[in-house]
Unconditional design. Structure first.
Length: 392
């Protein structure tokens, strides 16, 4: 019994999406099963035509092929076609269609861009699946629990192709192209490049060269990030330990584990390289650094020496330090107010910050006006002193 799921196969995905060839299925297929193939037509305007209802279907197809003003190409689903109509359709240029014909196919001139499938024998007449690399197609289908998810996964391929096409028309940066392609495993890149070329109708002479140098360029990128990672690891053991814990906490909050390989889940350096490639392209973000320097996970109180190590590390990583504060260990402070002093990490001379006693920091009630007035005057004095110091 014929079902729509008979056509959700790697072979049809390859023919329709990646090779973008025309497909002829015979004999008759129920329309709801015939249109199951639309799942592979991401990025196309679907036009459904019934030849029994349109007497001049060939002329209509010819007109539509040359006069479409849509940004997306058109894919025609044509049903109830006769052999004579099919012969005429096959002579049209710039046609992209999926055709169902109920008659027997005899005496048709073979064309490389038209693939014929006999649904009764479940065999292709002029397409040998064994000669095709269908690994990517099988991956897309097997990793999708239903047709909606499959369409989303195919849409992701289309999105990557669009980014590649856009990049080729702008900077044509090889490393950027590799970054775009890295959404998928390297073994699938050839198939994505093939789709990009056929869908957008462009020649991409640089892409083969990019593929030949993928390992070299990718290794250069990893080496650069590994050098950054080693700067952190060698800066100070306590700072490094806090960095690793903060890194994994960030992963838990911000990164989909499905996008990570096993090594990236458990090895800090592999995770760091992943983040620098996919999330932190412009460098370690400021909010992460602010969390890191607070030592919230190891609870280690930094000494003045540790603070200098932190400063050296951040400067080596080209991280701005003007908005980053660390807590210095109490025994290393010069004052005896019993509170942790927050020291602003920056290369220029540091300014002393206003300090106050937490026990007396509550604002007095205005009902006790004399006490309230005294509190206000004290705060004004502190503010004036700070302003004078900052202007010197």
């Amino acid at each position: 019994m014929d079902t729509g799921y008979d056509y959700i196969s790697p072979e049809f995905l390859n023919i329709i999406l990646f090779q973008q060839k025309n497909l002829v299925i015979f004999p008759y297929v129920d329309l709801k099963h015939f249109h199951a193939l639309e799942v592979f037509a991401v990025g196309y305007n679907i036009v459904d035509l019934d030849s029994t209802a349109i007497h001049n279907i060939v002329e209509l197809l010819e007109y539509e092929s040359y006069n479409s003003y849509s940004q997306n190409p058109t894919l025609f689903f044509i049903s109830n076609v006769t052999v004579e109509q099919l012969k005429k359709i096959m002579k049209l240029d710039s046609i992209h269609c999926i055709i169902n014909i109920s008659e027997k196919l005899n005496g048709l001139e073979s064309r490389n861009d038209f693939i014929f499938f006999n649904k009764k024998s479940k065999k292709f007449l002029n397409f040998i699946p064994e000669d095709q690399d269908l690994d990517f197609e099988e991956y897309l289908i097997k990793s999708s629990q239903n047709k909606s998810i499959l369409q989303d996964n195919i849409l992701k391929v289309k999105s990557v192709a669009t980014q590649i096409f856009t990049e080729l028309n702008s900077s044509n940066d090889k490393k950027k192209l590799i970054e775009i392609l890295s959404e998928f495993d390297k073994k699938y890149w050839d198939k994505i490049i093939q789709f990009t070329q056929k869908y957008y109708g462009v020649e991409m002479p640089d892409l083969p060269q990019i593929q030949l140098n993928v390992e070299l360029i990718d290794q250069e990128t990893l080496d650069a990030f590994s050098e950054e990672y080693q700067i952190i690891m060698k800066s100070n053991s306590k700072i490094a330990q806090e960095f690793i814990q903060t890194l994994h906490e960030y992963r838990c909050r911000k990164v989909n584990p499905a996008n990570l390989e096993l090594e990236q889940l458990f090895k800090p350096q592999a995770l760091y390289n992943y983040l620098r490639n996919h999330h932190w392209e412009q460098g370690i973000p400021e909010d992460f650094v602010k969390e890191w320097v607070q030592m919230n996970y190891t609870k280690y109180p930094l000494t003045s020496s540790d603070k200098e190590n932190f400063l050296t590390c951040l400067i080596a990583l080209n991280i701005p330090t003007k908005n980053v504060n660390i807590i210095v260990k109490e025994s290393d402070k010069k004052d005896d107010d019993g509170e942790d002093e927050r020291i602003n990490i920056k290369s220029e001379p540091e300014t002393k910050q206003i300090k106050y006693d937490e026990q007396n920091s509550d604002i007095p009630s205005i009902d006790d006006f004399s006490r309230f007035k005294s509190w206000i005057l004290d705060k004004l004095d502190l503010l004036l002193t700070e302003l004078k110091n900052s202007s010197q």
